[in-house]
Design a protein around this ligand. Structure first.
Ligand code: IVH
Length: 671
C-alpha cells in the first residue's frame, strides 16, 4: 500500500494540475464528478493526517482567519510604471529612441494587451507561492498573499521547484462586476464604478473567504531578473510551462510596422474581450537589448504603453439632480438627452462633485461631451456650447430636508449633517439596516422602506419591529400573503440577530462587518455595551475598544461617540423593548498548546511561512500577519526588518526564534 504521505502529495499535485487545465487552459480533462471525488479524498486524507497538510494544498485557498491589517512589503527592485503614447507618431518616436539607444541593432517587440486591473508581484521559492504583494508606491507594497491564494487560476505550486519573482495584473470580467454590483446594491452598499475598482476593493478585503467569492483573474507578464531566459517571448513561454497564466493574444513583431498593425487590429478587437483593456504594452523582446536601454527613475526605456482614447459622445444636459446618500453625502447627477456610447444608450452622467460642477460652469441645456473610460456611469468631461441659463450650483440646502450642507475639512463632498431626521438619509439607513450583510431582513427593500416612511408607518429602524400584517397589507402592490411574509422575515431577524449584525446594521461611520465582529466578540451583548456607556460616557468604551485587535483609533472613537449619544441610546432602548437585544454567539473554544496565544512570524525561516502558520493554528493559536498591541510573540527569522522589531518593542511583544516557536508548539514553557 502507498504510504499516506506519498498518496497525499501525489493527490495535491494531481488536483493542482486539474485546476491548471481548467482555469488556465480552459480545457478540463476530467469531469466535475471525477474532480469532486479527488477533492473529497484529499479532504479525507487531511482530516485523518493533519500533520501532512501542506500550505499549497488546494484546500488551503482560503485563509484561516480574517486579518486585521496588511503587512507592508519592501521590494529590492521597484515596480516601475510605463510612459504612455496616444498616436502612431508617438509610437514611432519611441521606436526611434530605442533605435538610437541600441546604436544600430534592430529590436523585435512583444505586444500585449494592457489589462486594466491591479498590478501585483508574486514570489515563488522552490516553486511554492510565498508572497503576493500589491504595487503600492512601487517600492513598498502590501502583502495580499492570502487573498491572491483564492484565485483559482493562480497555482500555489509551480511545475518546477524554481525561485522566481513574477509580476502581473489581477482583474475581473465586466460581467462579474455587474453581478457583484447587483448584490452590493441589494445590500445598500455603493456599487463599484468599474472592474478595476472592484478588483482593488477585493484585494483589500481582510477576510479571504469573502475574496474567494469574487471571480478574480490573473495574468503574469514580467519575470523579475533576466537570468532565466534570453528574451521576454521565451520568458512568457516559460511562465506558461510553469503553470502561470500569461496575457491573451500576445504577439511578437519583427518591426515597427507590425506593432502599428496590431494597434489597428486591437482598436475594435479589444471590445470582444470579456474584460477591459485600456491599450497595449509594447516591449523590447531581447533581454540583452533591455539591459542596454535601461530605465529612468519612473519607467523602463524598453517598454511603452499605447493607450486608446476612451469613447466619447456629444449630448445635451436636460436636468441636474442632487441625490442624498445614506451618510448624507450629496452628489450631482446629470440627466441627458439619450445618446449611444460604446454600445449602450446613456441617459445619466456623473459629475465628480460640486467643485467639478463649478469648474465646468454647467447650465441646463449645455451641449457636453461625455466619456466612458471603463466606468459604468459615464462622466461629463467638457462643454461644447453653453446654454443661456443660470449656472448650476450646489443646492441651497439638503434637497431632502432643507438643512444647511457642510463640507468636512479635507473633503470635497458636501454633506447633510442632519442624519437623524433627514428623510432621504432615514430611508437609506433603514434600507441599509435590513440588507443581507446587516440584519438580513428578507423582502424589505428600498421601495417598501420608502413607502413605509412616506406613509408615516415607520420613523426609525425600531419601528420595523412593531409593524403588523394589517398595516402592511394596505400598501401598494402588497397582499395579505406578502404582508405576512414581511412580518415573518422581521420576526426571524429579531430572533436570529447577533450583536455583530446589529453593529453593522446601525451604519456607524467606519464600522464594517469585520470591525463589528471584533467589537461584538469583546462585548458579547448589546446590554453590556449600553451599560459601559451609561450616562453618555464615551471615554470608558473608547479605552476598551482601543485594546481590541482589528479596531483602530478612528473606529474606537466613532463607536464610543455613537453609544454616548442620547438619541442613539433611546433608539437602542426602543430596539431592546421590541425584542432586539442581541448577544454574540460564543465561538467553539480553541484547544491545543497555543490556545489563546497570538503569534506573528517574520524573516527567512527554515520552512515556508504558510507551513508555520498552519502549525500555529493547528495548535490552537492565532496567527497575526503583523505585530499589533495584542501580539504576544514575534518569531523573528533571518533578515527580520527593523520596523517589525520596533513595533514588537512598542507593543511589548516577546521576540523569539524558530526554536522558541518549536518549544511553544510542543507545549513547553519558554524561560
Ligand atoms: S509591464 C516595467 N505589461 O500597466 C514594466 N504592464 O501603466 C511595467 N499593465 O503598472 C509593467 N498590462 O499595472 C506591463 N502586459 C502588461 C500590462 C501592464 C497591464 C499595467 C500594470 C502597470 C501599468 C503601467
Amino acid at each position: 500500500m502507498t504510504p499516506p504521505a506519498a498518496e497525499y502529495l501525489a493527490l495535491v499535485r494531481e488536483i493542482l494540475e486539474h485546476d491548471r487545465r481548467y482555469y488556465v487552459e480552459h480545457a478540463a480533462t476530467i469531469s466535475d464528478f471525477e474532480y469532486d471525488q479527488l477533492y473529497r479524498r484529499l479532504r479525507e486524507l487531511e482530516a485523518a493526517h493533519p500533520e501532512l497538510v501542506v500550505a499549497h494544498s488546494p484546500t488551503r485557498r482560503v485563509g484561516f482567519e480574517p486579518l486585521s491589517a496588511f503587512v507592508k512589503v519592501e521590494r529590492a527592485v521597484p515596480m516601475l510604471s510605463l510612459d504612455n503614447t496616444y498616436s502612431a507618431e508617438e509610437l514611432t518616436a519611441f521606436h526611434e529612441r530605442v533605435l538610437r539607444g541600441l546604436e544600430g541593432e534592430t529590436p523585435a517587440y512583444v505586444v500585449e494587451p494592457k489589462i486594466d486591473g491591479i498590478s501585483i508581484e508574486l514570489t515563488y521559492a522552490r516553486g511554492e507561492l510565498m508572497l503576493g504583494a500589491t504595487r503600492g508606491d512601487g517600492r513598498t507594497g502590501e502583502d495580499v498573499t492570502l487573498n491572491l491564494r483564492t484565485i483559482r487560476a493562480l497555482p500555489p505550486l509551480l511545475a518546477e521547484p524554481v525561485d522566481v519573482v513574477v509580476r502581473g495584473e489581477v482583474y475581473m470580467d465586466r460581467s462579474a462586476l455587474v453581478t457583484i454590483n447587483a448584490a452590493r446594491e441589494a445590500e445598500g452598499e455603493e456599487p463599484f464604478k468599474n472592474p478595476r475598482n472592484a478588483t482593488g476593493g477585493s484585494l483589500k478585503l481582510l477576510d479571504s473567504s469573502v475574496v474567494a467569492k469574487r471571480p478574480l483573474k490573473v495574468s503574469l507578464y514580467e519575470v523579475v531578473g533576466d537570468s532565466f531566459n534570453a528574451s521576454h517571448w521565451a520568458a512568457l513561454a516559460w511562465l506558461r510551462k510553469l503553470g502561470l497564466p500569461t496575457p491573451p493574444g500576445v504577439e511578437r513583431c519583427a518591426d515597427l510596422a507590425g506593432v502599428l498593425g496590431l494597434v489597428e487590429t486591437w482598436q475594435d478587437k479589444r471590445r470582444t474581450l470579456p474584460f477591459d483593456i485600456d491599450g497595449l504594452v509594447v516591449k523590447v523582446d531581447s533581454y540583452a537589448q533591455r539591459r542596454t536601454l535601461g530605465a529612468t527613475a519612473k519607467a523602463p526605456r524598453w517598454a511603452i504603453a499605447y493607450k486608446y482614447q476612451p469613447e466619447r459622445a456629444e449630448t445635451v444636459i436636460l436636468d441636474v439632480e442632487h441625490s442624498v446618500g445614506r451618510t448624507g453625502t450629496v452628489t450631482p447627477v446629470a440627466w441627458l438627452s439619450p445618446v449611444e456610447l460604446s454600445g449602450t444608450t446613456v441617459k445619466r452622467a456623473g459629475l465628480h462633485n460640486y467643485e467639478d460642477l463649478a469648474r465646468k460652469q454647467l447650465r441646463i441645456g449645455d451641449r457636453v461631451i461625455i466619456e466612458k473610460a471603463g466606468e459604468i456611469i459615464p462622466q461629463i468631461v467638457s462643454v461644447v456650447a453653453h446654454a443661456d441659463a443660470p449656472v448650476i450650483g450646489p443646492p441651497d440646502g439638503c434637497p431632502s430636508c432643507g438643512h444647511a450642507l457642510v463640507r468636512e475639512e479635507g473633503e470635497v463632498a458636501l454633506r447633510c449633517p442632519n442624519s437623524l431626521s433627514c428623510p432621504a438619509q432615514i430611508v437609506m439607513s433603514i434600507q441599509f439596516f435590513c440588507h443581507r450583510g446587516a440584519m438580513n431582513i428578507e423582502n424589505v427593500g428600498y421601495k417598501l422602506v420608502l413607502q413605509l416612511c412616506e406613509k408615516g408607518l415607520i420613523k426609525d429602524v425600531a419601528d420595523l419591529f412593531a409593524l403588523e400584517v394589517g398595516q402592511l397589507a394596505e400598501l401598494d402592490r402588497m397582499g395579505e400573503k406578502s404582508a405576512e411574509n414581511v412580518v415573518k422575515a422581521i420576526d426571524k431577524a429579531r430572533q436570529s440577530a447577533t450583536l455583530s449584525r446589529l453593529l453593522t446594521a446601525l451604519g456607524i461611520r467606519h464600522v464594517g462587518g469585520v470591525a463589528a465582529q471584533a467589537i461584538a466578540r469583546r462585548y458579547r451583548s448589546l446590554a453590556a455595551m449600553l451599560s459601559e456607556s451609561e450616562g453618555g460616557d464615551a471615554e470608558k468604551m473608547h479605552a476598551t475598544l482601543d485594546d481590541v485587535p482589528g479596531v483602530g483609533e478612528v473606529i474606537a472613537a466613532a463607536v464610543a461617540e455613537f453609544f454616548a449619544d442620547a438619541r442613539n441610546r433611546t433608539l437602542l432602548g426602543k430596539l431592546q423593548a421590541r425584542g432586539v437585544d442581541p448577544v454574540e454567539p460564543e465561538e467553539a473554544p480553541r484547544t491545543g498548546p497555543l490556545a489563546g496565544v497570538t503569534i506573528c512570524v517574520t524573516g527567512k525561516l527554515s520552512r515556508p511561512r504558510g507551513d508555520l502558520e498552519r502549525d500555529i493554528v493547528a495548535a490552537g493559536g492565532t496567527f497575526h500577519k503583523s505585530v499589533t498591541k495584542t501580539t504576544q510573540y514575534l518569531v523573528a527569522g533571518a533578515d527580520t526588518g527593523d520596523t517589525k522589531l520596533a513595533s514588537a518593542r512598542k507593543h511589548g511583544t516577546k521576540v523569539i526564534d524558530e526554536a522558541g516557536l518549536g518549544q511553544l508548539l510542543a507545549g513547553q514553557p519558554l524561560e
